[in-house]
Design a protein around this ligand. Structure first.
Ligand code: NAD
Ligand code: TYD
Length: 378
């Protein structure tokens, strides 16, 4: 296998850390550079098991720092970029949209321009190069929930052994028009357009993928699943937005990381691939599964933690339903999600309960001290 020099941005975050781990372990001949600013969401403790591998390097950098990134491209002879760094939480984007435009839009543009200048300066130009941008299905907008009780899904699913439902008859396809609603998804949509523009205008070999909601180990506990597992454990209220009727389509994070590896190596330039597991859940049903699982593992009587459910004011502009069709990826590249949802949730709940120290470090702010001691004076 040819040696490659690959920058993974946002590698200290949730999904990025799984992508870094997979690639460091799978490709000993690659030079894997984890580029991350270490915002509140970046946590090097997510990568303790790979940090001493010879093919791994961490670089603390803001993706908006054009000069620094251009220099890094030259120093490391970077030929591949897998771009995950972003501000990722919808609730934060509603309070602070500027930060989302800065990082997600300007940061992505800065990476693109630095990559363009460097690659175009080489004799072989864009040959053998790849700029792979990781995006979300939220750019497509929201789907109607026109079957609130659920219908038979039209697609093969590995999602649920208990019988899977679809809550509407529309799905997001690669051809679905962009219609983002939140500041988060508006910023991601804009960055997707810039990436495609660099292909269409300059011929840069780009790929964009749009994935559904991820869950699994190392997710920052502001997102629904880790937040609720932790709150159930500590008998804290579970803030359910609105009526808990919104539908999300959940994919185990390692399945996303496998898809990213496959698409980085075998995806067609300039293509878009949707990634998802055909696994729709109403928030309230998912919350009940989490409660049941945590209670069982902790030895509580069934239903013990149901009283923690607390209905709170709905999120502004809360998208009703996301449901993604990943048939193209499944047919063209042979990817499939590997886990049934019950297995994924069981693994996830057990991981958070067994890694309470990881969670406590975040909730107590200890992890920031860890960064300071390791990386501040480099
Ligand atoms: P995350 O918030 O857990 O991690 C983001 C990482 O990016 C952090 O390590 C953070 O330090 C880093 N970062 C933020 N701003 C930066 C900057 N200016 N410069 C350098 N690094 C910076 O996010 P995540 O959930 O792992 O999402 C990763 C990517 O996948 C994002 O682009 C997101 O839009 C996309 N995505 C996420 C989901 C999901 O369910 N989490 C689904 C589909 C797509
Ligand atoms: P989240 O994990 O923030 O992902 P996204 O907004 O990108 O889909 O939220 C998942 C769903 O859970 C979403 O419909 C909002 C809802 N939610 C709550 O009801 N309460 C909460 O405290 C959070 C964080 C989310």
């Amino acid at each position: 296998m040819a040696k490659r020099n690959i920058v993974i941005t946002g590698g200290a975050g949730f999904i990025g850390s799984h992508v870094v781990r997979l690639m460091v372990n799978k490709y000993p001949d690659y030079n894997i550079i984890n580029l991350d600013k270490l915002t509140y969401a970046g946590n090097l403790a997510n990568l303790k098991d790979v940090e001493s591998k010879p093919n791994y390097k961490f670089v603390k950098m803001d993706i908006c720092d054009f000069e620094a990134f251009y220099q890094l491209m030259q120093d490391e002879k970077v030929d591949g970029i897998i771009h995950l760094a972003a501000e990722s939480h919808v609730d934060r984007s509603i309070k602070d949209p500027f930060t989302f435009a800065r990082t997600n839009v300007m940061g992505t543009l800065s990476l693109l321009q630095a990559a363009k200048l460097y690659w175009e300066s080489l004799p072989e130009k864009y040959e053998g190069k790849r700029f792979y941008h990781i995006s979300t299905d939220e750019v497509y907008g929201a789907l109607q929930m026109n079957h609130p009780e659920g219908i038979e899904p039209p697609f093969k699913t590995v999602a649920s052994s208990e019988g899977h439902k679809a809550y509407g008859d529309e799905f997001f396809y690669e051809t679905t028009k962009y219609n983002p609603h939140s500041p988060y998804s508006a910023a991601k949509a804009s960055s997707d357009h810039f990436v495609r523009a660099y292909h269409d205008t300059y011929g840069m070999p780009t790929i964009v993928t749009n994935c559904s909601n991820n869950y699994g180990p190392y997710q920052f506990p502001e997102k629904l699943i880790p937040l609720f597992i932790n709150n159930i454990r500590h008998r804290k209220p579970l803030p359910v937005y609105g009526k808990g009727e919104n539908v999300r389509d959940w994919l185990y994070v390692e399945d996303h990381a496998r898809a990213i590896d496959l698409i980085f190596h075998e995806g067609k330039t300039a293509e878009t691939y949707n990634i998802g597991g055909f696994n729709e859940w109403k928030n309230i049903d998912l919350i009940k599964v989490m409660i049941k699982t945590v209670d069982r593992i902790l030895g509580n009587p069934e239903g013990h933690s149901l009283d923690l459910i607390t209905y709170v004011t709905d999120r502004l502009g809360h998208d009703a339903r996301y449901a993604i069709d990943s048939t193209k990826l499944q047919k063209e590249l042979g990817w499939e999600p590997s886990l049934q949802f019950e297995e994924g949730i069981e693994k996830t709940v057990r991981w958070y309960l067994e890694n309470q120290e990881w969670m406590d470090n975040i909730t107590s702010g200890e992890y920031e001290k860890y960064y300071d001691s390791m990386y501040n004076n480099r």
